[in-house]
Design a protein around this ligand. Structure first.
Ligand code: PXP
Length: 241
């Protein structure tokens, strides 16, 4: 059965809109956890546009479920992960101008750096996942560098329009998941997942974790973050085997 990690970056985005102290992502994390979330995901970006170092430190102290830190492989950020020691890091590419993470990490191009980061995370007992497109060479490079998991990018699935286009993306995700499992990787998925499109990926047997942010926080504005979390968990439970 797949589980849900709630990405709470947007809570920090609201706070940063006024450079004040509310809403606090630490409070959000506790509400998500009480509603049954398996984990809390935050992205500590180099420009600190939403989540700040203080958030990650406090979340490490307060989150009792899994703390998954999304991050790029820049040295300054890697050092923070070594210091704070989240349960898991998900390695992503990062561009300063992007609205959100675009595309997957190029594990082939950055294989040497990736192997080094994996070693350093493992020394600190931190699990490593790579956020990648469901391509064979990216999956193999993740396995060969010793990663524990891959998070398959579901953005292309989320953006697909029409039955044929959607089925094509599902087939790609299924094949990627199968290859990752053959290579002894745990398989996560995320990006662009919503209450409307979660069924298609939740039905794919073998995904262990879904990382979902925008859609849950958008619903939380009206329903509260606990209810929004619980509703997404209900859908994942309903459609995953
Ligand atoms: N997974 C990764 C690696 C991401 O970068 C993001 C966005 O921060 C998500 C999942 C969540 O995406 P969304 O906000 O579209 O649910």
């Amino acid at each position: 059965m797949a589980v849900l990690n709630v990405n709470i970056d947007h809570v920090a985005t609201i706070r940063q809109a006024r450079l004040t102290d509310e809403p606090d992502p630490v409070w959000a994390a506790s509400q998500c956890e009480l509603a049954g979330a398996n984990g809390i995901t935050v992205h500590l970006r180099q420009d600190r546009r939403h989540i700040c170092d203080r958030d990650v430190r406090l979340l490490k102290e307060t989150v009792a479920c899994k703390l998954n830190l999304e991050m790029c492989m820049a040295e300054s950020i890697v050092k923070i992960a070594e210091d704070i020691k989240p349960d898991q890091v998900t390695l992503v590419p990062e561009k300063r101008a992007e609205l959100t993470t675009e595309g997957g990490l190029d594990c082939v191009r950055y294989k040497k750096r990736l192997a080094d980061v994996v070693k350093r995370m493992h020394k600190n007992r931190i699990l490593v996942s790579t956020f990648i497109t469901p391509d064979e060479e990216q999956i193999i490079a993740s396995a060969e560098t010793g990663c524990d998991a891959v998070e398959l990018h579901t953005g292309m699935y989320a953006n697909a329009r029409g039955k044929r286009a959607v089925n094509k993306r599902i087939t790609e995700l299924e094949a990627g998941k199968a290859l990752a499992m053959e290579n002894k990787l745990t398989v996560h998925a995320g990006h662009g997942l919503t209450y409307r499109n979660i069924a298609g990926v939740a039905r794919i047997n073998g995904f262990c974790e879904f990382n979902i942010g925008h859609s849950i926080i958008a619903r939380a504005v009206f329903a509260g973050i606990g209810q929004a979390t619980a509703e997404m968990i209900r859908l994942i439970d309903k459609f995953s085997k």
